[in-house]
Design a protein around this ligand. Structure first.
Ligand code: ZN
Length: 167
C-alpha cells in the first residue's frame, strides 16, 4: 500500500521516535512493506517512518539505481563519524521544492538491526553514508532545513516559515 508522505510543518516530523522491538510485530512488518512501496513509487533514495506518520526508528535506503540492494534498517545509529566533511545538495520528500547544500561527514560507521533483529555494523563513505545520515536524522526529528547553509531552491518558503514561527 502506498502511504501518503507527510510534509513540513506536520508536527510528526519533529516528534521523538520509539525503538523497534524484536521479533517484528505484524504492524511493523506491514509498515516496512508499505514504506518500501512508497519510496519506490516516490522515486526517493530514502524514507524514514516519521515521514509516513509513524514515530518509530525505521528507515529505508533505496539506492537500487546505484546498484545497492534496497534495505530496511531498524534502530539505526551513527556510531562514529570521519573527520572529513563534504557539502552535497540534498532535498527531502517531506520538503517539496526545497534544496540546499548540506555539510556532513563523508565517512560514517553505522549500526542497525535487520528484519531478524541481528545487529549489523558497516562503514561507508558514499551514497549509503549520506542517505543513512539524512534518514537517521529524521528518526531524531531533525530535518535538512536545520542544516542547510546555502539554499539552491525554495529559500523563500523557509523564510516564510521562520516569519510564521514554524521553524
Ligand atoms: Zn528527508
Amino acid at each position: 500500500m502506498i502511504l501518503p508522505i507527510l510534509t513540513y510543518p506536520n508536527k510528526v516530523l519533529r516528534e521523538p521516535t520509539e525503538p523497534v522491538v524484536f521479533p517484528l510485530s505484524k504492524e511493523i512488518k506491514k509498515l516496512t512493506k508499505d514504506m518500501i512501496e512508497t519510496v519506490r513509487k516516490a522515486d526517493g533514495i530514502g524514507l524514514a517512518a516519521p515521514q509516513v506518520g509513524k514515530s518509530v526508528k525505521l528507515i529505508i535506503v533505496n539506492l537500487e539505481k546505484n546498484g545497492v540492494p534496497l534495505v530496511a534498517l531498524y534502530n539505526p545509529k551513527i556510531l562514529s563519524k570521519g573527520f572529513k566533511k563534504v557539502d552535497i545538495e540534498e532535498g527531502c520528500l517531506s520538503l517539496p521544492g526545497i534544496f540546499g547544500m548540506v555539510r556532513r561527514p563523508k565517512k560514517v560507521t553505522i549500526q542497525a538491526q535487520n528484519s531478524e533483529g541481528e545487529v549489523i555494523k558497516f562503514t561507508d563513505e558514499g551514497w549509503v553514508s549520506r542517505v543513512v545520515q539524512h534518514e537517521t536524522d529524521h528518526t531524531n526529528g531533525k530535518l535538512i532545513i536545520d542544516l542547510i547553509k546555502k539554499y539552491t531552491q525554495g529559500e523563500q518558503i523557509v523564510k516564510d516559515w521562520k516569519k510564521e514561527k514554524l521553524l
